[in-house]
Design a protein around this ligand. Structure first.
Ligand code: MSK
Length: 666
C-alpha cells in the first residue's frame, strides 16, 4: 500500500504540509499529540457509576479482575460496545426522524418549498408498508407513510415496519435469536438501561440487545431516512460530477455544505441557481456561486444534483485552508468543532443550522423546513456578502477527478433489465458463473490515525483486481472519488477480466457509489433483491458478500457494522487498533464465532490491510463453496445467460411496453 505521511489524498496532503508551515493545526497534527487512553481504547474502562471509573486491567484480567460492583471485564467491554451502538443508532435514526417529519410537513402542505419528487418511490414504499395508494391523492398517501414511519419510533410492541422487507429466512433468524427490533426509540432506551450500573451483566445478552438496537437503525431509522430522501428529492441515478479539494473556484463565491441531512442542502442548491442570487453575486464582483460538499451531505447532493465533492471527514479543515470558502454550512454529525478555529485564520464563516449541533464561535441560523428557501437565501446572501473579505491566501490547486455517483438499488436493477424487467438476474448469474467473485461493501469513515483514505484506496483497488464488485458509501465513497476511482474507465484499467466484462456489458463502474453513510441500507436492499432473484442464498446470510469499514472512527460505523452482522454479512473493521473490544477474548468470540453461527454474519477487527483483503476473499470463497457455486478462477468462467447491454435493454423496453413493471418487496 502506498504510504502517505498524513493523507493518501494527494491534494489533502499538500494542504496539510502547507498548514504546518503556516502553523495552522489540523486533525492530522492533533492526532500525533493526542495519545489514546490505553485502557479506554480496548474497552476495559467502566465509567457508568461514580464508584469508579474502574480500570479492568492486569495479567489475567479476563478471569481475575472485576469492577467495584463485581462486573467482569467481558461485561464492561460488552456494555461499552452496546453504548456505542446505541449512540450510533441515535444519530442515524434521529436523522431519519427529521426526514419523516419533513415528509409529513410536505404532505400536509406546511413545507411549501418541498414536494414529493419521486411519486413512484412513494408508491413502492406505500406498497411495502401496506398503505393503499391506487387512486388516492399523492399527499394523502405521503401522510399515511409518514405517520407509519413516525409511529415506528415510538412503537412499544410488535416490530419495526421494515422488518418485513428482509428475506423471510433472515426474519426467522432474528425471531429465533430475539433480535427483531420493536420500536426504534425503545431499543435505544433499553440498550442504555441494560448497560447502566446493576443491570444486565451477561455479555451475550448485552450484545444481543446491541444487535437489536443496530437493526432498529438498519431496517428502521436509517432505511426510513434513505427512502424519505428519495421520495422528497428523487431516487438517485448515475450523475457525472467532480471530486477533490480542487473543486473551489477562485473567481466565484464558494459555499460548502457539510454534515448529513439533505433538506437544507437541497434548498441551497435550488436558491444558488436563482437568477437574482447569481446577479447578486455578480454585483459583488464574483462570476457566480459555486457549491461544494463534504462528508455525507455532500453524498446526498452529489448523487441527486451532481454537486462536486471536496471529500470526506478528514478534508473539512483543509477545505477552509484553501482560503476560498465564503461559508461552510453545516447540519448534523461528523462536524469537527475545529473548523471554527481554522476559519478564524481566514474569512470563512461557519454557519451551524441545527439546534442539535451548535459550535461555539460559529454563526447559528436555525433551519426550519417550513421556511426552507427563505433560510437558504439568507445563508447564500451572507456568503456572497463575505466574498469581498477574501484576502488571506490559502493553499489551492485546482486538480480534480471525474466521478459517476448515485447508484440506488432501483437503478442497479434497471441497469440489468430495463424499466419493465428490472432485475438482479445478470448480477446473480455473473456471480454464479464466477465472472464476479463476490460483492464487498467498502464503507465508512476516513481516519487521520492511519494515512487517511489510504486503506480504502488499497482495498477497493485490490478487490476489483480480484473480480469483486465494490459498493461504497459515506466517506469511503469520497475517498474513492478524490482518488479518481469512481469512473467506468477504472474497470478497463484495473478490474479483473470477469468483473470488467460485466461492468462493460451492463455499463457500470466496478466501484459503485451508493450514497451517504445512512444509505448503507441500500446495500441491505440490494442483498435482499439478490436473495429474491434466486440462484444464490435465499437469505442475506450466506451470500458471497462482505462489509468492510477500513478506517472507521464514528460510533455510527459500529452500529452499521452490527446491523450488517445481524443481517448475515461478515464485517471487517480495520484502521486504528487496538479495537474497542480487544480487552475481552470472550466478547471477541461472541462477535465473531457465536454471531456467525446464529446469523451467518459477524464483526471482526483486523488492523493489517493485506489481512483484511485476504479475509474478505476467504469469506467470499467460503460462501461460494457453501452455495456450491463454480470455484472462482480468474479468467475462467462458467456458462451464464447473455449479459444485457444498453442496446438490448432499449429493445426490451420497446417490446415490453405493455408488460407490468417489476415491483418487488425490496
Ligand atoms: S460522514 S460517520 S465520517 S462515513 Fe457520514 Fe463519513 Fe463516517 Fe461521518
Amino acid at each position: 500500500m502506498p504510504k502517505a505521511i498524513k493523507s493518501a489524498d494527494a491534494l489533502a496532503e499538500k494542504i496539510v504540509e502547507w498548514g504546518v508551515g503556516q502553523k495552522i493545526e489540523t486533525c492530522f497534527d492533533r492526532v500525533d499529540k493526542m495519545k489514546p487512553c490505553p485502557i479506554g481504547e480496548t474497552g476495559a474502562c467502566c465509567k457508568v457509576c461514580n464508584m469508579g471509573p474502574c480500570r479492568l486491567v492486569g495479567k489475567n484480567a479476563e478471569e481475575e479482575v472485576v469492577g467495584i460492583c463485581g462486573a467482569s471485564l467481558a461485561t464492561v467491554v460488552a456494555r461499552n460496545l452496546v453504548r456505542m451502538i446505541a449512540a450510533g443508532t441515535s444519530a442515524h435514526c434521529d436523522h431519519g426522524r427529521d426526514m419523516a417529519f419533513a415528509l409529513e410537513a410536505t404532505a400536509k402542505g406546511e413545507a411549501k418549498d418541498f414536494q414529493i419528487k419521486d411519486v413512484k418511490k412513494l408508491y413502492r414504499v406505500a406498497g411495502i408498508l401496506g398503505v393503499e395508494f391506487e387512486g388516492r391523492p399523492v399527499n394523502d398517501v405521503a401522510k399515511d407513510v409518514a405517520a407509519i414511519f413516525i409511529e415506528d419510533y415510538g412503537r412499544q410492541r410488535g416490530e419495526v415496519s421494515y422488518v418485513k422487507r428482509a428475506p423471510i429466512k433472515t426474519q426467522e433468524r432474528w425471531k429465533k435469536w430475539g433480535v427483531t427490533p420493536r420500536g426504534i426509540d425503545r431499543e435505544v432506551v433499553e440498550a442504555l438501561d441494560r448497560t447502566t450500573i446493576g443491570m444486565d451483566a451477561d455479555p451475550d445478552s448485552l450484545l444481543t440487545q446491541g444487535l437489536k438496537t443496530a437493526l432498529a437503525s438498519g431496517w428502521g431509522g436509517s432505511m426510513i431516512s434513505t427512502d424519505v430522501s428519495d421520495i422528497l428529492f428523487g431516487t438517485p441515478g448515475p450523475v457525472k460530477a467532480e471530486a477533490s479539494l480542487g473543486i473551489f473556484k477562485e473567481d466565484e463565491v464558494n459555499v460548502v455544505i457539510h454534515g448529513h441531512e439533505p433538506t437544507l442542502a437541497e434548498t441551497i442548491v435550488d436558491v444558488a441557481s436563482e437568477p437574482e442570487m447569481i446577479a447578486y453575486a455578480q454585483s459583488k464582483g464574483a462570476k457566480g456561486i459555486n457549491l461544494g460538499g463534504l462528508c455525507c451531505t455532500s453524498n446526498e447532493v452529489l448523487m441527486r444534483r451532481g454537486i462536486p465533492t471536496a471529500g470526506g471527514f478528514t478534508n473539512q479543515e483543509l477545505a477552509i485552508m484553501t482560503g476560498l470558502i465564503e461559508a461552510m454550512v453545516v447540519d448534523v454529525q461528523c462536524i469537527m468543532p475545529a473548523i471554527v478555529t481554522v476559519s478564524k485564520k481566514f474569512h470563512t464563516k461557519v454557519i451551524t443550522t441545527s439546534e442539535k449541533a451548535k459550535i461555539p464561535g460559529a454563526q447559528h441560523i436555525q433551519f426550519d423546513e417550513h421556511r426552507a428557501k427563505d433560510i437558504a437565501r439568507e445563508i447564500v446572501r451572507l456568503a456572497i456578502d463575505n466574498y469581498a473579505n477574501r484576502k488571506v491566501q490559502g493553499s489551492h490547486i485546482s486538480d480534480k477527478f471525474s466521478v459517476i455517483a448515485g447508484f440506488s438499488h432501483e437503478y442497479i436493477a434497471y441497469m440489468q433489465g430495463g424499466r419493465w424487467r428490472a432485475s438482479f438476474r445478470p448480477l446473480n448469474d455473473a456471480i454464479m458463473a464466477g465472472r464476479i467473485r463476490g460483492v464487498a461493501g467498502v464503507v465508512g469513515c476516513d481516519n487521520p490515525r492511519v494515512p487517511a483514505t489510504g486503506i480504502h484506496k488499497y482495498l477497493v483497488m485490490e478487490l476489483i483486481k480480484n473480480d469483486v464488485l465494490v459498493v461504497t458509501t459515506g466517506c469511503g465513497s469520497q475517498a474513492c472519488g478524490v482518488a479518481g476511482y469512481l469512473t467506468p474507465e477504472m474497470a478497463l484499467e484495473n478490474a479483473g477480466l470477469g468483473l470488467r466484462e460485466v461492468c462493460e456489458a451492463i455499463g457500470i463502474p466496478p466501484i459503485l457509489h451508493l450514497g451517504a453513510c445512512v444509505d448503507n441500507t441500500r446495500i441491505l436492499t440490494i442483498l435482499t433483491a439478490m436473495a429474491a432473484e434466486g440462484g444464490l442464498s435465499d437469505e442475506i446470510g450466506g451470500m458471497p458478500g462482505v462489509g468492510i469499514a477500513p478506517e472507521w472512527m464514528s460510533e455510527k460505523a459500529i452500529e452499521i457494522g452490527c446491523y450488517f452482522a445481524a443481517s448475515g454479512v461478515p464485517v471487517i473493521f480495520g484502521g486504528k487498533m487496538p479495537s474497542p473490544i480487544s480487552a475481552s477474548k470472550k466478547v471477541e468470540r461472541i462477535m465473531s464465532d457465536v454471531w456467525y453461527e446464529r446469523f451467518k454474519g459477524c464483526l471482526v477487527f483486523e488492523p493489517d490491510p493485506e489481512q483484511i483483503l485476504a479475509k474478505t476473499l476467504k469469506y467470499i470463497d467460503k460462501a461460494r463453496e457453501a452455495l456450491k457455486l463454480k470455484k472462482y478462477e480468474p479468467g475462467r468462467f462458467g456458462t451464464e445467460r447473455v449479459l444485457m447491454d444498453m442496446a438490448a435493454r432499449r429493445e426490451l423496453e420497446k417490446s415490453a411496453a405493455a408488460a407490468k413493471p417489476h415491483v418487488g418487496i425490496y
